[in-house]
Unconditional design. Structure first.
Length: 117
């Protein structure tokens, strides 16, 4: 019985594998959504990107916390309900400095006219 594999024996490997998968999926989702902020066009550091749900009522799961543990198909389906934004623009959306984000073309990630409150 001592030959049985346990989580403790493989913990570091499994943690690294999960982190690598999440990193890869983040790269894939950023590419899928156009690779730049739909509002300001920022396109430098992948860690600065967030996905903002256009309508929270349609949100099945968040893509940041445990969302990147799901299948690619489920992630794409959820991402289709979102726009890709940089962290600064995302904070401004939630701070009500930017409104009407549905006006932004998230397929081509081309910013349209910002409406500032």
């Amino acid at each position: 019985m001592s030959d049985k594999r346990t989580y403790a024996d493989r913990a570091e490997y499994l943690k690294k594998a999960v982190a690598d998968r999440r990193r890869k999926l983040k790269e894939m989702i950023v590419d899928y959504k156009g690779g730049k902020c739909a509002i300001c066009g920022y396109d430098r550091y992948i860690g600065a990107f967030d996905l903002h749900h256009k309508d929270n009522k349609q949100k099945e799961f968040g893509l940041s916390f445990r969302g990147l543990t799901r299948s690619w198909e489920k992630i794409k389906k959820e991402a289709d309900k979102c726009i890709l934004v940089c962290a600064n623009c995302h904070r401004e959306i939630h701070g009500k400095y930017i409104q009407d984000q549905e006006e932004f073309d998230d397929k081509n990630s081309k910013p349209r006219k910002n409406k500032i409150i």
